[in-house]
Design a protein. Structure first.
Lengths: 566, 566
């Protein structure tokens, strides 16, 4: 731990009292960064202690995988030429902790084979056992949340409060899917008894698991989109065995979460190989996606990374789905009526949203369209807000390098005005960045339209509604869009009409960061925001990605699976 | 029309009275081919006359597309070097009727552009108008069903009774989706009001159309999987404009259906470009799938054809989904208990299923696993049944050629015993074919495991349950599997366990042909049966392929789309 550096960089800054009274609830100013991110999580407060481990249900043989496969690497004994993964402290840009080896090609085959066997066992054990395992996993993570948050903070420097919130979100997700599975909702049972003599007299439809699911963990959510995150929780809940490729940005956190979750699954009676966590780079990832026994892939990361996996999956003899949640710029339109009413409030909530997770959220508002005549004042206010964040460190050396390059590239365009705040100067530190340009420049400069992963946003000066439409027509597929303005504002109507076609979620009068884990959530969007706009990676429906329907026609009751019997 | 050749080739053959009394209902012997195919369709009997065309609602300008784009081709005036499509009479292997030109590259762009405009209009008109259009289309097809069936019979030689049944199925589908849309079920509205202060306080989720959908019509169902078939009906119902690439096997039927449906849609107030039908070969198909404004593709045809489109769609800058219903062998296992009880009944119902649609069904049982010791008797019975079909003609010259080649290839394998029935010898005639081999040969000869499109089936002699498992483990993804046997039969349990993993529908004691249009249906399966095993191309859920969710977060009621207002 690094005393004094825990907690969000936004913590403790003073509220300037610029709240503007309005009829809507969109100006939730002054809330700390962690809650702006995850909100008062509806799953928080469930910090159950890790309960009894029912010894006789332990699959002791299977637990041995950890000692066979992970322990040797931790102790430094590695296969020849395999890459080493090691934690980096973003606050000092220094490696620390044990060396973890990526797995070899032989081990990839071994892991997948074991996963298949685990899948068969899970199928026989049934959803009640799976639900129990998910709940126990949640309990185990909650019981060790303080230690986990500190461990993760050393690796990702997002601050302990935010990471505690993220753990609560993660365990909430595990319990949500446990409930869904326990109630059998995921099975989607549909039955019909057609008239006698018709084909398909009796039809019994039920969802079944796809098979081995490979999950690529995200850099920016070491818990909620990582080893025990939404992809894993939903794939496991659906009855699939899961292999997680841990993100190199937080290998130790990934290891510890894997250990806790596996212990919990085993305690519930599930095979230890229900969840396997591996380390490695591109080679390991591609080998997993190419493996003929892998049935589906979940991914959270860059558009380039997602596309590489999707291309490989599509070129297989038997193509498989890759559910990739990729890049998103998350356009925001602040219509004249909104900025006139309360420019300081607009600037503050935008800054908070941009700086959440140090700008490393998939829902960060990366481009903001504002009326030209109000732009100078708004940009000054925004810079003032952004300037207060001086202790941000990015997740990895690569992300840090890409952020610096992206900001530098914008600075080289003569028609783009780039401002950057201060930094601590240490480690992978990064300043808040605001770039400003007009619509012509926005249309001419691809760098302005690309996602910049880090605490930067682009403000586009819009002269009139025709200018707005030209700009919005250049916007690609996104996870979210946000619109601010009064109902009668022409900009608002135009923005909604244009943006609905391009996003999976449209927010009125708030910020896009803060993604509720809910049945009415959709976290996905037209390409490149996600590889399949039909699916969500957050909320109840995430489970639908990992099941397929099968119909039993004219089956006698005794031969039907339990869920379909009369 | 060819007097004397209308009707199914199986019509009028005598029932031999081999019905075996059994507790289950699987031996529906002696029913004519058309009903074995489509069954007493639950939508039949709704032959409404084509009602008033409300003149003032006609989009006369749009109707002109037919005169601009289709009429010139019909009259023989074509662009240089464009291919010509012309009907072929399968009973004589002779061309007849007008020459239709494939569309040029420029026209592809034109058609897609028009489709986009139509899509915007459909969105503004809303689901009530769409439902009305679908119902009117159904009425129009029913009103002209006799003429349509005769026209189609000239092109596909499937017999008027079967084609009348198929039209009823088609109009039933149109009405089913009309009802679904009128009730708003397709919108999947899901709402949540989360605790105050939480992110996403109010979430309103609704499905919206994907955009321009391209449908590749099938050869084997000139109505139900063609211009106004399931893909078109579900895509239109979802609110998407549709472009159908007509199948060259029945161009005139496609033209006439397009005219009737367009008139009906226009009468309902929908734009004429809601549905556009084009002719052409591979170039036209690929240009459509590559077009940046195309959002999704429906396809019914061969695995090679589906894969070509899927590969192109996956390689686009913005990949799009291709819902391809491809090849399927539809394995059937007749366990010892079933064949002992009633070999003649088993043989008869298998023959009927194999010969349905002259063996050109995607659900044709193409391989049958039978106990070795009963195989001789069973094969003799099966040949006896198959021998009665002597007047079968295949759909197209290409299909005819491929069938001949596939059968000849089997005949060249020394360990495969091939029997073929008689044919009329005229046109694209084809005999019933039964190939017999043991499990070792099945595993060694890929030709035995491949789909043969036409009236052929492969009988595999299985020595014991270990032999059965070896064979079934070599089975690829299929639309269906069928199992016959008593509940206590070990073969049955093994077959179900093995086949469930490989199919989208498993039938007990019946035949896989005859796909009910129902909410509990799933017509899809693991690759290569379909490109995405999660989706069905038959039944209510088919509409899910052509919509994506979007969430409105914290929107005031007045700004929400109508379906989401309080």
């Amino acid at each position: 731990m690094h005393p004094g550096s825990v907690g969000s960089s936004r913590q403790g800054r003073t509220s300037k009292g610029v709240d503007c009274a309005r009829g809507d609830s969109r100006l939730a100013v002054g809330r700390p960064c962690a809650s702006a991110l995850l909100g008062p999580d509806r799953f928080a407060g469930s910090f159950f202690p890790f309960r009894e481990v029912v010894q006789e249900r332990l699959y002791l043989d299977n637990i041995a995988i950890y000692h066979r496969h992970i322990a040797p690497r931790v102790s430094g004994r590695r296969e020849k030429r395999l890459e080493v993964v090691r934690s980096v402290d973003p606050r000092r840009a220094e490696e620390f902790g044990p060396e973890l080896s990526e797995i070899s090609t032989v081990e990839v085959g071994d892991v997948v084979a074991r996963s298949r066997v685990a899948g068969d066992l899970i199928g026989r054990l049934g959803p009640v056992v799976v639900a129990d395992g998910l709940r126990r996993a949640a309990d185990a993570l909650d019981a060790e949340s303080a230690t986990l948050a500190e461990l993760a903070d050393d690796e990702v420097a997002l601050g302990v409060p935010r990471l505690l919130g993220e753990i609560a979100r993660t365990t909430g997700q595990l319990r949500l899917f446990a409930g869904l599975v326990a109630r059998g909702e995921h099975l989607g049972v549909t039955t019909s008894d057609l008239p006698a003599g018709a084909p398909g007299g009796s039809l019994r439809k039920v969802n079944i698991p796809l098979g081995v699911v490979v999950v690529f963990a995200a850099s920016n959510f070491p818990f909620a989109f990582s080893v025990a995150g939404g992809d894993t929780a939903s794939a496991l809940a659906a009855g699939n065995p899961v292999i997680v490729k841990a993100h190199y940005g937080h290998p130790q956190t990934s290891q510890r979460v894997a250990e806790l979750v596996t212990e919990a699954l085993v305690a519930a009676g599930l095979p230890a190989d229900s969840l396997q966590v591996v380390h490695g780079g591109e080679r390991v990832g591609l080998e997993l996606v190419r493996h003929p026994d892998v049935a589906a892939v979940g991914f959270t990361g860059s558009t380039a990374g997602g596309r590489a996996l999707t291309d490989v999956a599509a070129s297989r003899k038997i193509p498989i789905p890759v559910y990739a949640e990729q890049g998103s710029v998350n356009p925001m339109v602040i219509a004249p009526s909104a900025i006139t009413a309360c420019a300081p409030g607009e600037a503050r909530q935008l800054a908070e949203s941009v700086l959440s997770g140090h700008g490393q959220f998939c829902t960060k508002p990366g481009v903001v369209f504002v009326p030209d005549d109000a732009a100078d004042e708004f940009v000054a206010l925004l810079r003032g807000e952004m300037a207060q964040a001086v202790d941000m460190h990015l997740l990895t050396t690569k992300i840090h390098e890409q952020f610096r390059k992206a900001v530098a590239a914008l600075g080289r365009h003569p028609d783009v005005e780039v401002w950057a705040g201060e930094t601590s100067g240490a480690g992978l530190s990064a300043p808040g960045v605001v770039a400003v340009a007009d619509v012509d420049t926005y249309l001419a400069v691809p760098d302005l339209r690309a996602e910049i992963f880090g605490p930067a946003t682009v403000v586009i000066r819009v002269r009139d509604s025709a200018d707005l439409v030209r700009a919005l027509d250049a916007v690609e597929g996104n996870l979210t869009a946000t619109v601010h303005g009064d109902a009668g504002d022409r900009w608002l109507a135009l923005a909604i009409e244009r943006l609905v076609r391009r996003v999976g979620r449209i927010v009125y009068g708030g910020v896009p960061t803060g993604v509720a884990v809910d049945r009415a959530m959709h976290h996905g969007g037209p390409y490149p925001a996600s590889s399949w706009s039909l699916y969500t990676s957050v909320g109840d429906d995430a489970i639908k990605r990992f099941m397929r329907p099968i119909v039993y026609q004219d089956f006698p009751d005794t031969l039907l699976p339990e869920a379909l019997r009369a």
